[in-house]
Write a protein that binds this ligand. Structure first.
Ligand code: DON
Length: 350
């Protein structure tokens, strides 16, 4: 397949590029759907969506971009932002580190000396972070979290109760980690409450387009490019991007940063969210996962987009700094159309 040249980037050529990528990778059937949370095993392996939302709110999408799935570990990025806002960077660092582990996302490990979980992107760190969310009780904490997700996405969101119950009844490793952290004073006595909130945040439903808007909000300094709501203090965006870059893809994080070179976060339901700082957000949804828990089609799509447009943050051509400028501020040559036919280009308000 010959992909369109990056030399003459327009909205139309970018949309065509995404459509070619979708055609190229739809037949890739490697990987397996996560089944350790029984409800996740029901996902459709053929479901495949790609969406890009630019910092000025333009949407490029192809495939199943409006199929709902649970956000899973991608939620960790946003709840970390919320905890930073609640407590500040210095306090957060006493409860969770920023060091990649090289281990699986559910490894039962803490830093030998400090007893902190290594980083907020692995399960142990995420549970510690979630336990810090402020509120007078479980309902207020959950509502604050849902409000935060709403600001990032731009519409109300819901928790998939079946997935929540499925995680809650089978999450023995997470429960073990929470008790280990309680033993070392890293979380307080409300262990079950913290776990419930963590299972709820993982069970928030989104679609591929929502994820791209969330990524674009991070790319746009915490301001949702569609609603213009400030979803997170811009001062904490660097914290999110740093841990995404070093820890967001688990034990694939090193290879990912070498090959793709962009901050990202994946989840076991098959989503990958990528941020091109100050340019755009990218999301891919495809449930079959590789051995490390990352979407197989998602990884390939992200590699191709990054390489084709020179988006690696340390690429000397630095195309990423002028991507949106080249793309132009208006969709070119295609009627504004984001009506879910999988071939849309336009803004969310079209
Ligand atoms: O804690 C769990 O196992 C899930 N709720 C989230 C895991 C996840 O998405 C890890 N990602 N690759």
């Amino acid at each position: 397949m010959t992909l369109t040249s990056a030399g003459s980037l327009t909205g139309q050529s970018f949309q065509a590029f995404l459509e070619e990528l979708h055609r190229k990778y739809q037949p890739l059937t490697d990987g397996a759907i996560a089944n350790y949370i029984p409800e996740l095993a029901k996902a459709d392996p053929d479901c495949f969506g790609i969406c890009v939302v630019t910092k000025d709110g333009h949407v490029y999408e192809v495939g199943n971009t409006q199929t709902l799935f649970t956000i899973q570990s991608i939620s960790k990025v946003f709840v970390y932002g919320m905890a930073l806002q609640d407590h500040g960077r210095d306090y957060l660092l006493t409860r969770v580190g920023v060091e990649p582990t090289g281990d699986a996302f559910n490894a039962i490990i803490l830093d030998e000396q400090s007893k902190r979980p290594y980083n907020p992107m692995v399960n142990a760190g995420a549970i510690a972070v979630t336990s810090l969310i402020k509120g007078t009780g479980p309902t207020e904490r959950l509502n604050r979290m849902l409000d935060m997700f709403r600001d990032f996405i731009g519409h109300d969101i819901f928790v998939d109760v079946s997935v929540f119950m499925s995680e809650r009844t089978t999450g023995h490793r997470n429960r073990a980690m929470a008790h280990l952290m309680r033993n070392f004073g890293m979380i307080d006595d409300r262990i079950d409450e913290a776990l419930d909130l963590y299972f709820q945040q993982c069970s928030v439903t989104v679609d591929c387009r929502d994820l791209a808007v969330m990524a674009a909000t991070i790319a746009n300094h915490g301001i949702n490019p569609i609603t213009h709501t400030q979803a997170l203090d811009s001062g904490y965006i660097r914290d999110l991007l740093s841990v995404m870059y070093t820890c967001g893809m688990y034990n694939f994080a090193g290879q990912w940063s070498h090959e793709v070179g962009l901050p990202a976060k994946s989840g076991v339901s098959g989503g990958i969210m990528v941020v091109v700082p100050n340019q755009f957000g990218l999301a891919v949804f495809s449930p079959p996962l590789d051995a490390r828990g990352n979407s197989v089609r998602g990884i390939e799509v992200c590699k191709e987009i990054s390489n084709h447009y020179g988006l690696h943050l340390f690429d000397s051509s630095m195309n990423c700094t002028r991507f949106v400028q080249q793309l132009g501020t208006k969709p070119h040559g295609i009627d504004g159309n984001s009506n879910g036919d999988g071939k849309g280009i336009g803004t969310l308000s079209d």
